[in-house]
Design a protein around this ligand. Structure first.
Ligand SMILES: *[C@@H]1O[C@H](CO)[C@@H](O)[C@H](O)[C@H]1NC(C)=O
Ligand SMILES: *[C@@H]1O[C@H](CO)[C@@H](O)[C@H](O)[C@H]1NC(C)=O
Ligand SMILES: *[C@@H]1O[C@H](CO)[C@@H](O)[C@H](O)[C@H]1NC(C)=O
Ligand SMILES: *[C@@H]1O[C@H](CO)[C@@H](O)[C@H](O)[C@H]1NC(C)=O
Ligand SMILES: *[C@@H]1O[C@H](CO)[C@@H](O)[C@H](O)[C@H]1NC(C)=O
Ligand SMILES: *[C@@H]1O[C@H](CO)[C@@H](O)[C@H](O)[C@H]1NC(C)=O
Ligand SMILES: *[C@@H]1O[C@H](CO)[C@@H](O)[C@H](O)[C@H]1NC(C)=O
Length: 921
């Protein structure tokens, strides 16, 4: 494997060598595969000054005395203008304040006037820069002394001129570069050491609430370890898909170069490595260029992304030419083209007409060809030229000396010159010639069309995907395509609806390799009459031919709006359950729970989006029986108050989709909603009134009991064996209580202890009473003793049962089926104890248990069979003891009355009937 790799490396080096041989580096010998051909004809006279496509506009600065200092363009077309007060005493200084004006494409102006005084070391001489950091943030980078040590500091501010945070960035000589794509933070590169090692730190964008910046990754660019080559210098540049490229210049250590006649000093090599977000590590340096003749030096001038085809760096080569005893040094500019895979593409000379003064800029144009800007030493005027891909002159223009600053909107190929008169800034926009006008509407020539088209009005119910057609074969890559809903108030942030990365499996590519299909979630376009914006990041797709990232579509270009549509049928309030993941569950248990509910509801109302009043909670939660580490929370979507509002069912469905697609929606970007477990769906728990099920259960249980009771009475009018029926009921009640205690009460931690107390204490008391009855009967009641000595085992079992409820002892006296065991001759005292014990038990156990059940019902979200059985049997026991037993007593009392009459009539008294009369007291 290693051998093959080495072989491949040698092969590539061989290819370099052969290709480089063809353009031996000397002024006479120019390469054959030149991009900017030497034959290109350049007009000798400066190009024309004006064109009918030029646009002028003016900006008036409201603050007296502020002067234009610098401009900066953002890829979405915003122009940033840095204004400052001049220091009258020292022209190299400014007054220590910061003023920035942001002019958006739409013409909206944001004024940032910071109430902050910078230290003298930052403003005299001026040592301040700034970089945009994601939506709404800017970091001002400046030098400040702390205890006599100068350091680099970052002041993070937002577009409302509020200071969010100040951070220490490192040594004054560290270099801060934005990561190339907004929202991906920034990178700090430390100064390289002598051997060329340079440490880097990738830092995040500031946290919205705390302004905190965290380190996402760090490492170092290490120079390839080559025998006899030493590091000379490095150069770094941003990548369009986020991250940086880092180039190393190395030279060969030749001993005694004076021994040869060649006045040039050394052979040279250039390596490049790339640092990207996906890995937060830099790639192994790849050799992209080496000289075959000696040179004095190599230096980098600039590097830029070349349309869908890697990067081009402009490098200067300094060599000495000897011509008949005379020698002179000469500097020539070349463009070195390579791919981000690390492979070399080509090396070509920049025509002398362009590079002769050395004061030029060259960059590739989005719509094909190159832009050359030429500056002069004696005037501020600037000429520019558009060259085609072969370096032929196509068009040109110029800005007069009155333009103090020239900026470039790369995405739409427009140059902007700024003139300053008093407090007025005049802007001149010059659209550059487009060699190819495809994809002009998208500011992206690689895009042929999209569905829906720009500004199309769509019916949200009919759209389940969007389609992008590219002009070249593409492959999906790692960056995102996102859909935002725009806020009617442009100063408010847009609302993320969905974001999917190219490699997420949800996106698919058509069989022609040109079309990409992106699914649309039903929650995405959920508002009628609203504006949406599809944004595609660079590197959403790569070109199939070169594997290089393609540019995306910037903000506010691909706009879509939704039709007015009906809000759907009215539906009653819906209560549903959603689950938190393990992290969220432990956070929920550790924090203030009502605050947690409030925060998550606020996030829901923002994300869905819906009025906050529509989502409420009864604060109920419980552990998920199937995943004990996760908790379930209950939320209610209240019914709509008017036909204009979305129905509760619609909101419920939208929230359900958002949860199911959490990874791709704003739920995962918010502190609380990101803790939802997307593997459990949002389920409806009830449409009913709160206590309705409980009341139904209770009524049904009473009806069952009364039926059973009358059945028993009907079978046995004497009613004695009602005791065994009672005992069975009590046993069954104890069994369900026990099951509930073992399996359910843990769902409601606050009920565990009361449940335990009211379960254990009454039974212990019952048991003690039973023992007491037994012992006292054995000791004092000879009849009982006789009965007891015949059946000792059964009696002990019954004593244990009576721990469940003292009433169980009654079974022993029930005379059931005439068995001896059921005819214990208990004394009146014991009977009284049983009677009162069982009545007290109603208040000590049965009613508290019922209350616990009601509390349980009130605090859980899923109510199932076991607790309802507990309620039914608990209810039956109480009803039996309280109502039916009193009823029974009443009947007995009447019967006794009759019996006494009978007795009086018969004048016959049997022991059995006396016992029976007494037992009914
Ligand atoms: C290019 O973008 C700038 C800044 O957003 C805008 O002012 C200008 O009109 C655009 N030019 C063209 C040709 O669209
Ligand atoms: C500027 O900040 C200082 C304190 O930091 C405050 O006293 C002053 O009122 C602020 N000025 C303005 C115009 O906000
Ligand atoms: C900024 O300050 C540092 C430290 O004083 C200095 O090395 C550097 O050259 C300054 N940069 C500029 C642009 O003045
Ligand atoms: C990175 O690039 C900047 C600007 O071109 C330069 O000032 C800085 O020294 C470079 N840093 C390294 C380590 O090459
Ligand atoms: C080219 O290299 C020579 C020798 O190192 C040096 O003296 C000369 O200044 C360099 N020329 C330029 C323009 O850098
Ligand atoms: C894509 O979006 C997801 C979710 O917002 C984010 O975590 C990820 O970093 C994004 N990826 C890129 C390459 O921007
Ligand atoms: C699309 O690309 C695949 C490889 O990625 C290739 O096999 C296929 O032939 C291509 N289809 C067309 C129509 O070019």
């Amino acid at each position: 494997m290693l051998k093959m790799f080495n072989l491949a490396k040698m092969l590539t080096i061989f290819i370099y060598l052969t290709s480089i041989c063809c353009f031996l580096v000397s002024s006479q010998n120019v390469l054959s595969r030149d991009i900017l051909s030497q034959n290109a004809s350049f007009p000798n006279t400066p190009p024309q000054n004006t064109s009918d496509q030029d646009i002028w506009y003016t900006y008036e600065e409201p603050i007296e005395g502020l002067k234009l200092y610098e401009t900066y363009t953002l890829s979405e077309g915003t122009l940033m203008i840095w204004m400052a007060f001049e220091d009258k005493e020292d022209p190299s200084c400014m007054l220590p304040y910061f003023h920035l004006r942001l002019i958006e494409r739409t013409g909206r102006i944001t004024y940032i006037d910071l109430n902050y005084t910078f230290p003298p070391e930052a403003v005299c001489p001026i040592n301040i820069t700034y970089i945009p950091l994601g939506y709404n943030y800017i970091m001002i980078i400046y030098v400040k002394s702390n205890n006599g040590v100068k350091g680099k500091y970052g002041l993070i501010i937002n577009y409302n001129s509020e200071i969010i945070n100040e951070i220490y960035l490192g040594n004054v000589n560290d270099y801060i570069i934005d990561s190339g794509t907004s929202g991906k933070g920034f990178i700090r590169i430390e100064e390289h050491d002598k051997r060329g090692l340079a440490a880097w730190h990738w830092l995040s964008t500031p946290d919205i609430t705390t302004g905190k910046v965290v380190e996402l990754g760090s490492g170092e660019f290490s120079v390839p370890n080559l025998l006899s080559y030493t590091f000379v210098n490095s150069f770094n540049f941003s990548l369009v898909d986020g991250g940086i490229g880092y180039a190393y210049i190395l030279k060969y250590d030749e001993m005694g170069s004076s021994a040869t006649n060649d006045p040039n000093i050394q052979y040279w090599k250039i390596y490049v490595s790339f640092l990207r977000e996906e890995t937060y590590s830099s790639t192994i340096p790849s050799l992209i260029y080496q000289t075959t003749t000696k040179l004095n030096s190599i230096a980098f001038k600039s590097c830029f992304y070349n349309n869908n085809a890697g990067y081009i760096c402009i490098v200067s080569l300094n060599n000495t030419i000897t011509n008949k005893d005379q020698s002179r040094t000469e500097v020539n500019y070349y463009q070195l083209e390579f791919l981000t895979t690390g492979s070399f593409v080509q090396f070509g000379m920049v025509p002398k007409e362009i590079s002769n003064t050395g004061n030029f800029d060259l960059s590739s144009l989005i719509y094909g060809g190159f832009l050359v800007e030429k500056y002069y030493t004696n005037t501020k005027a600037m000429n520019f030229y558009i060259l085609d891909n072969n370096g032929n002159y196509k068009s040109g223009g110029s800005f007069g000396p009155e333009f103090v600053i020239i900026s470039y909107f790369r995405k739409n190929s427009t140059l902007l010159g700024v003139k300053e008169t008093g407090n007025k800034l005049e802007f001149l926009l010059k659209p550059l010639l487009r060699l190819n006008n495809q994809g002009a509407g998208y500011d992206n020539p690689a895009i042929e069309s999209t569905k829906p088209a720009i500004n199309e009005v769509i019916d949200p119910l009919l759209i389940n995907e969007i389609i992008i057609k590219y002009s070249i074969p593409v492959r999906l890559s790692t960056a995102n395509i996102s859909i935002f809903q725009l806020n009617d108030d442009p100063s408010k942030p847009r609302l993320l609806r969905q974001t999917i990365s190219g490699d997420s499996k949800l996106c698919t590519i058509g069989s022609d390799n040109h079309t990409v299909h992106i699914p649309i979630f039903s929650s995405t376009f959920n508002q009628p009459n609203s504006s949406y914006n599809v944004v595609i990041n660079n590197n959403f797709v790569i070109s199939q031919e070169r594997n290089e990232p393609l540019l995306g579509i910037n903000k506010k270009i691909w706009m879509i709006s939704t039709k007015p549509f009906k809000t759907g049928q009215h539906s009653a309030s819906v209560t549903g359950l959603l689950r938190l993941n393990e992290e969220g569950s432990s956070k929920f248990l550790q924090t203030n729970q009502s605050e947690f509910f409030n925060n998550i509801i606020q996030e829901f109302s923002k994300i869905i989006p819906v009025d906050e009043q529509r989502i409420t909670t009864n604060g109920k939660w419980q552990n998920d029986p199937t995943f004990p580490k996760k908790v379930l929370l209950s939320f209610t979507i209240n019914e709509a108050k008017s036909a204009m509002e979305p129905s509760s069912k619609t909101i419920f469905d939208n929230l359900g989709t958002l949860i199911e697609r959490k990874r791709f929606t704003a739920l995962s970007n918010n502190e609380y909603s990101s803790l939802i477990d997307e593997s459990a769906s949002f389920t409806i728990t009830s449409y009913f009134g709160k206590f309705l099920p409980l009341i139904i259960i209770f009524l049904v249980s009473m009806v069952i009991l009364i039926i059973l009771y009358f059945l028993a009475r009907w079978k046995n009018p004497e009613g004695r064996n009602i005791a065994i029926f009672e005992t069975a009921l009590i046993m069954q009640d104890f069994a369900v209580d026990l099951i509930f205690t073992l399996s359910r009460v843990n769902n409601t931690p606050h009920l565990v202890i009361p449940n335990m107390v009211f379960l254990v204490v009454p039974h212990v008391v019952s048991f003690l009473l039973a023992i007491n009855i037994l012992l006292s009967e054995v000791a004092m009641n000879p009849m009982f003793f006789t009965w007891f000595s015949e059946l000792p085992t059964l009696l002990s079992i019954c004593t244990i049962f009576s721990a469940i409820d003292i009433l169980a002892i009654n079974t022993l006296t029930s005379n059931l089926f005439g068995f001896k065991i059921f005819s214990a001759p208990l004394s009146q005292r014991s009977r009284n104890i049983i009677l009162w014990g069982s009545f007290i038990n109603i208040f000590a156990e049965d009613i508290p248990q019922l209350i616990i059940q009601i509390l349980y019902y009130n605090s859980v979200v899923t109510y199932d069979l076991i607790p309802s059985l507990v309620i039914i049997s608990g209810g039956l026991v109480i009803v039996n003891k309280l109502i039916l037993r009193s009823f029974h007593l009443l009947i007995r009392w009447c019967n006794r009355h009759d019996e006494i009459i009978d007795f009086n009539r018969n004048r016959h008294l049997s022991a059995g009937s006396i016992r029976s009369i007494r037992s009914n007291v």
